[in-house]
Design a protein around this ligand. Structure first.
Ligand SMILES: [Zn+2]
Ligand SMILES: [Zn+2]
Length: 144
């Protein structure tokens, strides 16, 4: 599981408008050395922002339009959303804010810094980069 929410544009029959819906699972996205990478299984083809993915690997970022096509012909298209903060075991590593060793659960911000869970309870955003913890903003309407 990656801590990235991706979005699909879907047509709403009742209002006759397109709406953004979060994609429940994006198995093609993986973290490789701190970068978010689109990894295509053998036989699947894909493109990022209309350009074909060469060699089955492509670094992607927030706002990129990804299309994946399975051998059977079913295609998936989604927009890569914001990277969110995620929880992980602290394992005694030092908090980037208070400097103390983290016991129990830690929170890793989208900027990569690790904090003790007390920080998340005290602030709702990262004290270093200012990103909101667990914020998932939808892509702007003009992308529809
Ligand atoms: Zn701390
Ligand atoms: Zn941060």
């Amino acid at each position: 599981m990656t801590n990235v929410t991706c979005w699909q544009s879907q047509h709403d029959e009742q209002t006759d408008l397109s709406v953004w819906q979060s994609v429940p699972s994006t198995p093609w996205l993986q973290w490789v050395d701190g970068e978010l990478v689109l990894v295509l299984p053998p036989g699947q083809r894909g493109s990022v922002n209309g350009l074909p993915v060469v060699g089955g690997l492509q670094v992607v970022g927030s706002g990129d339009l990804v299309r994946v096509k399975a051998p059977g012909g079913s295609a998936t298209a989604f927009v890569v959303g914001e990277v969110q903060s995620r929880s992980e075991p602290g394992n005694g590593r030092n908090c980037h804010f208070c400097g103390l060793a983290i016991r129990g659960e830690a929170v890793r911000c989208a900027c990569g810094r690790l904090f003790c869970s007390a920080i998340r309870k005290t602030y709702d955003r990262c004290p270093r980069c200012g990103r909101q913890f667990q914020a998932a903003t939808r892509p702007s309407e003009r992308l529809l």
